[in-house]
Design a protein around this ligand. Structure first.
Ligand code: B12
Length: 447
């Protein structure tokens, strides 16, 4: 079939993110002989007329919209992208009223019912798209229109990850690399941890499915040779779990002599000196630890499975092996007190990270253990956890926490607080740095 995918994401903070979901999806569609194109909104501020022209010119049989971010997940300066999605759907309907519109992507997968109710689209696929979309297209092609409007593929895990093939040729890959400082790649799907607030197991499934290290490094080599990409972002929820899998990838990079750098999300729970030393040898430049807190009480209430000791160790090894590192923290989780806040702040200083990314408030998503607990307690109803973002901030510290963290940010240049705008609001500076060839996550350069 003749397909047009639209990457609806225009967020450029902290960096423009190459739409890897669409890249793998289009790769899978092409393998099944579908003819695909991608209309990408990332680099287009005035896109209305161009999108219309693209639909008129291509005359797709199906339009696929990828919805990545519901909002910026930052509090208190929250930005919602819902009206932007509505506008895109309106344009598609206006130009091609008869063409089926299918939506997918992480934003949709988190709120499938809510989006289906509020967007004028025909079908939605929640979860990974490679198999589900192929099945849907087969049905549409044969005129057997499914009665179910939402197809759930979140926990399925039927996609053979060794068959993933990116379709970067359909996008401005070089521009993404220049403006964003890396190209992304995925080595596994799923997350087996049960952090109280987290949506990742809901998005990708609760068990980990791994891609063969050889295939991962084949993809890196391909991107290196084809596009000159020498800096990668591993988009896995937790790159260092399973530890052996991440090490096998590093060993393969080293064995093949691939001269690349990379960054990843990691957990301080799985680590030892050997791991960091191999990471460094394989080109690890920066790690973002999803630590969440640095007080054992707060870690426990968020159902984290590591302690402050492990966070300190991880920080120590990063410093020893000269790996840039950040700790991402969430202040205000249930049970947070002034003492736990002060303990976390003191430990941040002891860990001495390149930066600390501090968020206030826990964004609630449907079906997470935390949301279920809060619904049971009567703090919120399921219906209130919707497209309009809700953040939990522990009542007893609400007054105190904002001023306290702003004080840290004032005194220490390595405190980044996305919910307060400011520091992340220097696009000109970012642009200058990228023009000078700066690679890797922007936070590295903000300290
Ligand atoms: C890695 C990551 C990042 C990295 C990205 C680095 C990079 N170079 O790519 C960084 C740290 C930069 C980042 C930043 C942000 N992120 Co982020 N990120 C992720 C993460 C962990 C993985 C995304 C990913 O690449 N997945 C791998 C690809 C292959 O999967 P996929 O995109 O989901 O695509 C599959 C399906 O969704 C589906 N699909 C996709 N499109 C379509 C289209 C159709 C038609 C169909 C049928 C199917 C389909 O098929 C694909 C293949 O199976 C997700 C959480 C998660 N596990 O999904 C959060 C996530 C996407 N991020 C999120 C957010 C909020 C942000 C930020 C706004 C945070 C902030 N305040 O800075 C920014 C925005 C950046 C931007 N420019 O858009 C949220 C979005 C939901 C929400 N609350 O709005 C998520 C879901 C995390 C969460 N809180 O639950 N992020």
């Amino acid at each position: 079939m003749n397909l047009l995918f639209v990457n609806t994401n225009q967020t450029r903070m902290p960096d423009p993110v190459p739409p890897i979901g669409l890249s793998y999806l289009a790769g899978a569609m092409r393998r099944a002989q579908h003819d695909c194109d991608i209309f990408d909104l990332t680099f287009q501020s005035q896109f209305e007329e161009k999108l219309k022209a693209s639909i008129r010119g291509r005359k797709p049989e199906v339009i696929g919209l990828s919805l990545r971010n519901v909002d910026n997940t930052a509090y208190p300066k929250t930005v919602s992208y819902f009206e932007h999605f509505q506008k895109i759907v309106r344009i598609c309907r206006e130009v091609a009223p008869e063409t089926p519109i299918v939506v997918g992507g992480p934003a949709f997968s988190l709120f499938p019912e809510e989006f289906m109710e509020s967007l004028d689209v025909d079908y939605g696929i929640a979860g990974e798209g490679e198999i589900a979309l192929l099945e849907l297209l087969e049905k549409l092609e044969s005129g057997d229109f499914p009665t179910e409007k939402i197809i759930f593929h979140a926990q399925g895990g039927q996609v053979n990850l060794d068959e993933l093939t990116p379709a970067w040729d359909l996008m401005e890959t070089q521009r993404y690399f220049h403006d964003g400082g890396s190209l992304n790649i995925q080595t596994k799907r799923g997350c087996r941890f049960k952090c109280a607030y987290c949506s990742y197991p809901l998005l990708e499934g609760a068990s980990v499915r791994q891609r063969s290290p050889e295939k991962v490094v084949d993809e890196m080599e391909y991107c290196f040779n084809e596009y000159g990409i020498d800096y990668f972002f591993f988009v896995d929820n937790v790159f260092n779990y399973p530890r052996e899998h991440s090490i096998a990838i590093c060993d393969t990079i080293i064995k093949r002599g691939l001269k690349v750098k990379w960054t990843a999300y990691t957990s301080p729970g799985v680590e030892d000196e050997k791991m960091f030393s191999i990471y460094k040898e394989a080109g690890c430049d920066a790690l973002d630890f999803g630590s969440d807190a640095m007080s054992n009480v707060s870690l426990a209430t968020m159902s984290k499975w590591f302690t402050v000791t492990k966070i300190k160790e991880a920080s120590h090894w990063c410093r020893k092996y000269e790996i840039n590192f950040s700790h991402s923290l969430i202040f205000g989780s249930p049970g947070e007190t002034k003492d736990s806040v002060e303990e976390t702040i003191a430990n941040v200083h002891e860990c001495d990270p390149t930066v600390v990314i501090a968020m206030i408030g826990v964004r609630l998503y449907p079906n997470t253990p935390l949301s279920n607990r809060l619904i049971k307690k009567g703090w919120i109803t399921r219906k209130e956890i919707g497209l309009k973002p809700v953040f939990y901030v522990e009542e007893s510290i609400r007054e105190f926490i904002f001023d306290r963290l702003l004080e840290e940010r004032q005194n220490y240049s390595n405190w980044i607080m996305p919910g307060f705008g400011k520091k992340m609001k220097h696009p000109m500076l970012f642009e200058r740095l990228r023009n000078k060839g700066a690679k890797g996550p922007m936070w590295k350069m903000l300290a």
